[in-house]
Design a protein around this ligand. Structure first.
Ligand SMILES: [Fe+2]
Ligand SMILES: [Fe+2]
Length: 177
């Protein structure tokens, strides 16, 4: 059974994951408006993937005789100056989420809740991947100075990102690249 304190903190984190999805969907809308279909597609996949993270937290709380409680989602920004600014915000946001996961890990240690700690291991690794993927796009945007043909090439690449899939035994399989 999970303690009330941890349950509350996990629920706060669920809100962060849902906000992530909301933020990326807002970014997809901006990208569509700019004619950056690949960026929009990548952001939509990212938004879906964030919901698979929510699902993991939901299931874990249920398994531990806790309960997911949903709270209000903040309004995300709607405008960015460029594709580079968009990805910079994405990177900063992922760094924030990583910080949140790290805080949860520390809290689980304080509570000696090793089951919760083991559950969070997946997220620790996932955040390394999330940060690396975004940093990679950001680096390549810098090489092409975020414009022209280089930008269109990156847009095309991002348009090829695969959707996350659900396997009845393995659960959600996020395809992040
Ligand atoms: Fe996430
Ligand atoms: Fe994420």
């Amino acid at each position: 059974m999970i303690t009330q304190d941890l349950e509350n903190k996990f629920n706060q984190h669920i809100n962060k994951e849902i906000y992530s999805s909301y933020l990326y969907l807002s970014m997809a809308a901006w990208a569509d408006h700019q004619g950056l279909r690949g960026f929009s597609h990548w952001m939509r996949v990212q938004a879906m993937e964030e919901l698979t993270h929510v699902s993991r937290f939901f299931d874990f709380l249920t398994d531990r005789d806790g309960r997911a409680r949903l709270s209000a989602i903040a309004e995300p920004p709607h405008d960015w100056d460029s594709a580079t600014a968009l990805m910079e915000d994405t990177y900063q946001h992922e760094l924030e989420v990583s910080k949140g996961i790290n805080e949860l890990v520390s809290l689980c240690r304080e509570h000696s809740d090793h089951a919760a700690g083991a559950f969070l291991d997946w997220f620790v690794k996932e955040q390394v991947e999330e940060e690396a993927n975004v940093k990679d796009i950001l680096d390549r945007l810098r090489i092409v100075k975020g414009e022209g043909q280089g930008l269109l090439m990156i847009d095309q690449e991002l348009g090829a990102r695969a959707l996350p899939s659900y396997d009845p035994t393995l659960g959600w399989i996020g395809n992040t690249r």
